[in-house]
Design a protein around this ligand. Sequence first.
Ligand code: G3P
Ligand code: MG
Length: 252
Amino acid sequence: MWPYPKVVAHRGGGTLAPENTLAAMRCGLDHGFHAVEFDVMLSKDGVPVLMHDPEFGRTVPGKGGVAQTMAADLLQMDAGKWFSETYTGETVPTYEMAALFCQQYGIWMNVEIKPVPGFEVETGKAVARLTRQLFSAALPANPSLMQALPLFSSFSFEALMSAKQETPGIPRGFLTDTIQPDWQQRLQALDALALHTNHKHLTPALAGAVKQAGYGLFCYTVNQPDRARAIMEWGVDAFCTDRIDLIAADFQ
Ligand code: G3P
Ligand code: MG
């Protein structure tokens, strides 16, 4: 069961734009993508922002960490210059800004809840609460409005449980690098819609088992068209890609 798009732009615009920025989502749109994955963590004052790394230094300059920095300061940070001069001045967006952008342009969101270690419960709760406010028109979950709702995913089982407790009507996908023997118990406990996993460790047998159990199956991060075709033959429903220039949104 997968009511969402099949190809999703990873971190906004894949490798074509600075990750987790609004510019990345504009770039995705320019390539025909109306489905996006991005990462969300909490600032010191509990505001969900788009960011992959808990520590500064890679996509934003300087030393320090997201959990030790107020949102007002994070929002001033340059998240584009590391990528290229063209994107200098592109700042860190809040999750709310990203979600409003996506709503405006009809972009479906896979919101990866990426807690700073130690903040799993708070992050799941804050992201779920804000999402409920932003998508109140499509809640409580109504099958005909399902595609209008984002899908949460996380490597953190605790964060997803917290999101479930806060807003059970927003669907969840459990993220795991390798599929562990207890995958089905985890999905059941989360009342999850899908399993999200690294395509590099997936096998046809595992893919078949997940599909047989009635779950959606999503892979990250698939950057070669041949590989995308192969895993879809195994039953994979959807995947995210960094190569939105090589793999089109309507990829078959
Ligand atoms: O959500 C899929 C993928 O984004 C997970 O890995 O490290 O790119 O966030 P990462
Ligand atoms: Mg991610």
